[in-house]
Design a protein around this ligand. Sequence first.
Ligand SMILES: Cc1cc2nc3c(=O)[nH]c(=O)nc-3n(C[C@H](O)[C@H](O)[C@H](O)COP(=O)(O)OP(=O)(O)OC[C@H]3O[C@@H](n4cnc5c(N)ncnc54)[C@H](O)[C@@H]3O)c2cc1C
Length: 324
Amino acid sequence: MKHIEVAIVGAGVAGLAAAGALNTQNYMIFEKSRGPGGRLASKRINNLRVDIGAQFFTARDPLFQKVVSDAVSAGFVKCWRPRMGTFFNGYATASPDSQERFVGAPYMNAMGHYLARSLTISTQLRVATIHHDGDVFHLKLTDSEVYTASKVLVTVPVTQMTSLLSSFDVRDIASRFTMEPTWTVVSDIEAPLTDQHNNPLDALFGGDHNIFDFISTEISKPGRESSYVVIHAKPVWSTNHGEDEPVSVQKQINSALETTFGVSANPVIAHRWRFARPTDPTLTTQKGVFEVNDGLWVAGDYLAGGRVEGAYLSGIEAAGLLNR
Ligand SMILES: Cc1cc2nc3c(=O)[nH]c(=O)nc-3n(C[C@H](O)[C@H](O)[C@H](O)COP(=O)(O)OP(=O)(O)OC[C@H]3O[C@@H](n4cnc5c(N)ncnc54)[C@H](O)[C@@H]3O)c2cc1C
């Protein structure tokens, strides 16, 4: 049985930020998927990578502004200046704003790779359960391998955290913090998206549309060349269609896109995010971290406002506790 000083579960933004700020090299990051980034996800479609999770991020806190500025200088992140729109009375309407937005380049996951650049990540290792025994925590993986650790940070979404930590009392946090699903569809459009007056639009907030939550065109983002458009459905719509077959969701959302914009579009994929965003992003814990047990903390976006920036700050805060 291998012993480590610090075990971090999850190589999303929170886990990567925490690992990067540790003052020990005796750590392991357990990540169930094939690479870092978590919900800063991009999927390979026809030899192109398309952003299917977060579409952009903002930076308001000086600490996050600094890391974003460093990532921009290193070429992993670029500014994105889309011609913004929203839906008003169901119609696409231009809504220019001065918000500074950032994207990973050439795909969102590049920000994950930037945060991971000097870290060692153990990928395709899924933690099944964690329990406390004497002075150490036991992390049992789904392949039955067991690791022990003196300190543990769990950064997976809240529902998954609850099942990992079923031998601890996490009822309070699990009852207060919940997450909502999102259906994401990628379609290939044959003409640009425009508002009702034919002004071109690169991205739209859902406004009062009953299906669309956010739409963005890949071509408007630095480093992308495809005619793909990514559509996130509203949480309510995604919940109501939670058990629909992907092909049915693809058809429904693609057809709404065609009708709304009067364009021809071919549906490409549908992806179901079971735990996309927190239900109430205004609900946070102090500093975005929660101590479950002496030496065991949970962190992640759901405790810190539900965005990339919140996940980063939560991870940094957790590192301060792990370093004590
Ligand atoms: C559809 C969608 C749209 C979004 N839009 C935006 C946006 O526009 N702007 C914005 O700022 N944010 C947006 N977000 C939110 C943003 O992506 C998240 O806030 C942020 O990426 C969360 O990071 P995290 O580290 O807290 O969690 P995650 O990214 O979920 O990281 C958790 C990691 O843990 C791993 N994991 C889970 N279970 C286990 C296990 N048992 N063992 C090992 N590893 C495990 C996962 O594979 C994952 O890599 C969006 C998210 C989605 C899904």
